[in-house]
Design a protein around this ligand. Structure first.
Ligand code: UD1
Length: 381
């Protein structure tokens, strides 16, 4: 069984580690994985660091597409991925999540009839102004095997007409949907056993255990909209009067803070000793920052979930989420970019500390399940 795996954005590099590990652990020499990095993320601390830290196999191909408008970036990727699929003739292409790299892989593969495995299928924000929502829908509807991380993801696919009891052979017109749990939960369990001894980020930033809030912002609806970005940082300035806030900055955010923040907000940040802006964190650093925080504020899909994995309350700086379960269980609050709502949510979690985090992301064995389904479908020995 030959698999081409597409990665490109930071979280996909991390996600891919789980399946590569499952392939290695299977000891099955009949499985060959070819890794293609689109180059969507290219900064050292957005890409290279994860390969080294997590011992992920080096990409066999790098398309070096870099940053560009959605159309240009996706177009370049489609061209490069198509060429590789035609040369390699894999049994499957594996796509993760909802980025432009995912979309490009889906379009390239579907047109030349390479069966698609979509990991993190079925998630919906029901907000089509997000580029990610378009990417997810297109990828799901081009896929042959779809793996949903949550029960809600599975239900969303049923609602869109995917059948649940169909028999093989599975194809783009007769796809199989499976609820398998979250591959990132596999990774968080696996890597959190190693992270403590491998980074000194807590000491380096002079942080106290459960003494700070961790925050991340990178979504274009926040970074590219000056009103939203200012409102979020206004909340951070208010909250930082009482508590330390650590903010590892995505390059997108770092650039746009300079352009989009009002003068008084910029000065407010500079004059707040409790706001610590840092470079993007490696995965081990992020695990440690999450684990030692007492609360997480984020507009990232991955980080809000990792908050849950480490039993931390989360304030989601978006109007909606694909991970509805974490809100329904009372462990996260949606605030969008509204200053007052962010402060109110922070005050809420000061009074009520959530303690019940039911298992909604599976059992940490999603990657092995996915691999077995792929083996069954391709009927290799
Ligand atoms: C992408 C994904 C998003 C995912 C996120 C994780 C899409 C549409 N979005 O968003 O779903 O949550 O990755 O990080 O695919 N940049 C650099 N250096 C880098 C990478 C990016 O400077 O190594 C800057 C560039 O200015 C670029 C901007 O960040 O234009 C945005 O990068 P891009 O990959 O288009 O989207 P992300 O915001 O990272």
């Amino acid at each position: 069984m030959k698999i081409v795996t597409i990665i490109g954005a930071r979280p996909q590099i991390i996600k891919a580690a789980a399946l590569s590990r499952a392939i290695k652990d299977s000891g099955n020499d009949n499985i060959k994985e070819i890794i293609v990095h689109t180059g969507q993320h290219y900064d050292e601390n957005m890409s290279q660091v994860f390969f080294e830290e997590l011992h992920i196999p080096r990409p066999d191909y790098n398309l070096h597409v870099g940053s560009a408008s959605h159309g240009t970036q996706t177009g370049k990727m489609i061209e490069g991925i198509e060429r590789i699929l035609l040369d390699e003739k894999p049994d499957f292409i594996v796509l993760y999540g909802d980025t432009n790299s995912t979309l490009a892989g889906a379009i390239a593969a579907a047109k030349i009839h390479t069966p698609i495995v979509h990991i993190e299928a079925g998630l919906r924000s029901f907000n089509k102004s997000m580029p990610e929502e378009i990417n997810r829908i297109v990828c799901d509807h081009c896929s042959t095997l779809l793996f949903t991380p949550t029960a809600t993801g599975y239900k969303n696919l049923q609602n869109e007409g995917f059948e649940t009891c169909n028999k093989g052979p599975y194809t783009i017109d007769n796809p199989k949907i499976c609820h398998c749990g979250d591959i990132m939960y596999d990774n968080s369990l696996f890597f959190s056993k190693q992270s403590a001894g491998r980074t000194n980020i807590i000491r380096k930033l002079d942080l106290e255990d459960k003494g700070y809030v961790l925050a991340t912002i990178h979504r274009d609806s926040n970074t590219d909209n000056p009103e939203h970005l200012n409102a979020i940082f206004e909340a951070f300035i208010q909250i930082s009067k009482d508590t330390e806030i650590v903010i590892p900055l995505h390059p997108r955010t770092a650039k746009l803070l300079k352009v989009n923040l009002r003068k008084e907000i910029r000065e407010g940040i500079e004059n707040s000793p409790n706001i610590k802006l840092t470079d993007p964190a490696s995965f081990f650093e992020m695990i440690e920052l999450e684990r030692h925080s007492y609360l997480i504020m984020t507009d990232s899909g991955g980080v809000q979930k990792e908050a849950y994995f480490f039993n931390k309350p989360a304030i989601i700086l978006r109007p909606e989420t694909e991970w509805v379960e974490i809100v329904e269980t009372g462990n996260a609050i949606l605030t969008g970019s509204c200053t007052e709502k962010i402060i109110a949510a922070w005050q809420h979690f000061h009074k009520i500390t959530p303690t019940d985090f039911p298992e909604i992301f599976g059992n940490g064995k999603a990657a092995a399940f996915i691999l077995q389904e792929m083996i069954n479908t391709s009927s290799i020995p």
